[in-house]
Design a protein around this ligand. Sequence first.
Ligand code: SF4
Ligand code: SF4
Length: 441
Amino acid sequence: MSTAAAAAATTDPCVHCGFCLPTCASYRVLGTEMDSPRGRIHALKAIEAGELELDATTASHFDSCLGCFACVSACPSGVRYDELIEATRPKLNAPELRTPAQRAFRRLLFALLPYPARLRAALMPLRAYTGTGLQALARRSGLLRLLGPQLQAMEQLLPPLSPEAFRDNQPLVVPARGERRARVGLVLGCVQRLFDPQVNAATLAVLSANGVEVVIPPAQGCCGAVTHHQGELEQTSALAEALVKSFDAVIGPGRPAGAEALDAVLVAASGCGHTLKHYDRLLPGRGEAFASQVRDVHEFLAELGLSDSFRAALQPLRHADGQPASADNPVVVAYHDACHMLHGQGISAEPRQLLRQIPHLRLREATEAGVCCGSAGIYNLVQPEEAAALGTIKAADLTATGAGIVASANIGCSLQLRRHLNPELRVAHPIQLLAEAARAA
Ligand code: SF4
Ligand code: SF4
């Protein structure tokens, strides 16, 4: 089937019912039909029929889409908007559709974010700034407005940088504690390992304590999620190819003698997991076997089941004042559904199921759990006003749960939530909470 015919087949089932509109993050903040899934589908049909030109104005209505796929979950007619926007994104990268400043900013992001060594070099001078009084002063002074909205958004998302962010010090293999139940590989994620290195440390500790041996290919780079979600296909394929090769070197067909194959390839960042599960399409002929092994860490642990010894070791978490949670005074946690986990991978029960195993932890649900927080890869950098509006809405929804902790399993969401929530409300990865409860990290 031709690309045009495939696009027509994907748009055809749309009956314009509008059920997707209340779930659409861009429609929520922009309020115009052209910035809704129904409007974009209508525009695609018109482009296909030669009635509408894909010019800069039309392209801006596709750029306003977060790629959150909430509309796919909401659609009763089975319209695959995810496939439509994935096929449309590469066309939006035509030079005439964006201003020189927009193109330059995107080039900067794509030259930095997927390359941990470059990102570390760029961030090194900021170690004396992030998380210090200087940063607080700069923010209070209003001087950061002079940077312009996009660089200011970058600054506002920047977390304190720990020494661990600047080194990959994991061993090649973390052995299973006790009887080995599985052997897996771990994708570290490029942004996650810099901006929240404790997540990978906790993941290794929880897996090992549950009898899972973990192999961490040392040469691994970015999985390509950042560029994949923006339709930068050539760069994505190159990044995916390099990642698969880094795994092949230690566990593939040419692996060192004696090294065993893996039961799964795990990742603890859901944006990365979504792209890794698409390697069959991104790397035809080479990516199918890899993609079939990819599991989100929650998905894997829920399938495997926590070990008896791990469950027996789980203790109540502590409140912010250091007091342990109790039956009368539980720790209240709001689990935030990352879009690429919920709508992109269909995973929602597993993280909640794991968190419920922690004694005296009470889960609360946000009213609009399925609506995007505004992070969406680089969306909160390239569309900062819309992203900030969504971050404010999400922060209010999560705060209204009365939770003391927000559990978020995607680094992009965690940074966005930390920016918009009251700093007293802690944001932590669910696996970090499990590790803390088991006193395993
Ligand atoms: S995409 Fe689905 S939910 Fe949205 S208008 Fe079309 S048929 Fe209705
Ligand atoms: S992917 Fe998200 S932002 Fe884009 S049209 Fe669908 S619901 Fe709206």
